[in-house]
Design a protein around this ligand. Sequence first.
Ligand SMILES: *[C@@H]1O[C@H](CO)[C@@H](O)[C@H](O)[C@H]1NC(C)=O
Ligand SMILES: *[C@@H]1O[C@H](CO)[C@@H](O)[C@H](O)[C@H]1NC(C)=O
Ligand SMILES: *[C@@H]1O[C@H](CO)[C@@H](O)[C@H](O)[C@H]1NC(C)=O
Ligand SMILES: *[C@@H]1O[C@H](CO)[C@@H](O)[C@H](O)[C@H]1NC(C)=O
Ligand SMILES: *[C@@H]1O[C@H](CO)[C@@H](O)[C@H](O)[C@H]1NC(C)=O
Ligand SMILES: *[C@@H]1O[C@H](CO)[C@@H](O)[C@H](O)[C@H]1NC(C)=O
Length: 462
Amino acid sequence: MLVKKAAVVSLIPAASLAATSSQTEITIDLQSRYQSVDGFGCSQAFQRAEDIFGKYGLSPKNQSYVLDLMFSRERGAGFTILRNGIGSSNTSTSNLMNSIEPFSPGGPSKPPHYTWDFYNSGQFPLSLEARARGLPYIYADAWSAPGYMKTNQDENWNGYLCGIEGESCPSGDWRQAYANYLVQYVKFYAESGVKVTHLGFLNEPQEVVSYASMGSNGTQAAEFIKILGQTLEREGIDIELTCCDSVGWKEQEDMIPGLQVIGSDGKSAEDYLSIVTGHGYSSAPTFPLSTKRRTWLTEWTDLSGAYTPYTFFADGGAGEGMTWANNVQTAFVNANVSGFVYWIGAENSTTNSGMINLIDDKVIPSKRFWSLASFSKFVRPNAVRVGAVSTNPSVTVINNGSSDASLTINLGKTNRVARTVTPWVTSNDYDLEPMSPINVKGGSFLATVPSRSLTSFVTECG
Ligand SMILES: *[C@@H]1O[C@H](CO)[C@@H](O)[C@H](O)[C@H]1NC(C)=O
Ligand SMILES: *[C@@H]1O[C@H](CO)[C@@H](O)[C@H](O)[C@H]1NC(C)=O
Ligand SMILES: *[C@@H]1O[C@H](CO)[C@@H](O)[C@H](O)[C@H]1NC(C)=O
Ligand SMILES: *[C@@H]1O[C@H](CO)[C@@H](O)[C@H](O)[C@H]1NC(C)=O
Ligand SMILES: *[C@@H]1O[C@H](CO)[C@@H](O)[C@H](O)[C@H]1NC(C)=O
Ligand SMILES: *[C@@H]1O[C@H](CO)[C@@H](O)[C@H](O)[C@H]1NC(C)=O
């Protein structure tokens, strides 16, 4: 990864380094411009925000420390996207996210019974802390409508929004009520001082699970996007709409034709969307989605691995730092994403589901965290990915090989080229640490990239 003035980023196509490395030349091509970047992030949904605020004993000092690691660019990763869950639960027990309308007002056209606790399962104070550290994007996403708006009368176990194509309920058509409800959530945040920048209404609609979940195919999602989009327009609310947080990239691709159907008003649902979102679980982001909209990978993690914080590379396991460096690289280079959002940022857990583990008063950042941080700290919103070509197609600045690699990197002949370049290294030995600056001569420099490492070359422009 090469970053110049934080305005462009070059991600050299990932592949593993041959065991015998030879001198390799990489040329940055500032003329080849690809997608622009919104950034990197995580979620603290399902009360994980409360883990940060001391639910399991984190001291105030370490609460600030973990917030800095996540959201401060100077002291940590400087994540730019926080994905909050819009709760659908009628209680706050266990890890449930409470709804702003926990109980039915009696029917879809009855005056709604909204309630706001300025807490939102810890996510509202977390949003304030993240914003104070510079986070620009708050993505509010609902896993489900409240149970009383759904065919199965339950926030869990899938079920559909009453009134959506092919689904009806004795209580009536709740489509407009659900749109009003999402708008009210955004208003509660705004009135309390936090602008929600992105709004979604689905999560993994393909899955039938015991927690909050709601079904939808592309046609049904398109129908609701238009209702929500028009409601936001009527209310004069400026927000970026997203869809559909499918369980995998392929599943999200399958929903897109439905979103692109042009209605009698001459518009498609895609016209109302800013970002098409998908997850990485059942299929990874390895190809561009068939949309002109920007795309974000909005959730992915190693759900099953026992917590492995200190391994950047051992054997390519699902929780290793190197694996996530490659996942990010592939998503940006091969799948054309503009955003990459890991599942949980910090939590008290015994698995790799989060990037930072909180046990009692201990804060343990994993190598997965340092991998995302080494992109996030330097590849800032509105950066543009530019091209890079290598004489050795098996070399990448993510060095996945077992030998050190010698590189010649050509920055291109512009009058803005740097005088020095600082390599920041993440590996088994380093947690995103700066090495000695390298002098640039005639627009190029020589560097050695350690085996099994991720290196960000950062220029200080002269
Ligand atoms: C990195 O190396 C490991 C083990 O040598 C291999 O399993 C993995 O597929 C490689 N990753 C890439 C992106 O080449
Ligand atoms: C609360 O929500 C649960 C889960 O959807 C549901 O089973 C239960 O009926 C709801 N309780 C009330 C009083 O609405
Ligand atoms: C989505 O489901 C509805 C209701 O069953 C159906 O009418 C529609 O054809 C489906 N759309 C797609 C793209 O499968
Ligand atoms: C990549 O995404 C951008 C939007 O960010 C889009 O304009 C472009 O067409 C996409 N490229 C490919 C190859 O899909
Ligand atoms: C918190 O983490 C510790 C250590 O991994 C574990 O023993 C404990 O069960 C966790 N608590 C919760 C509520 O997850
Ligand atoms: C904070 O976290 C660090 C790192 O896990 C730990 O060593 C320390 O004891 C914790 N508590 C305080 C008050 O610093």
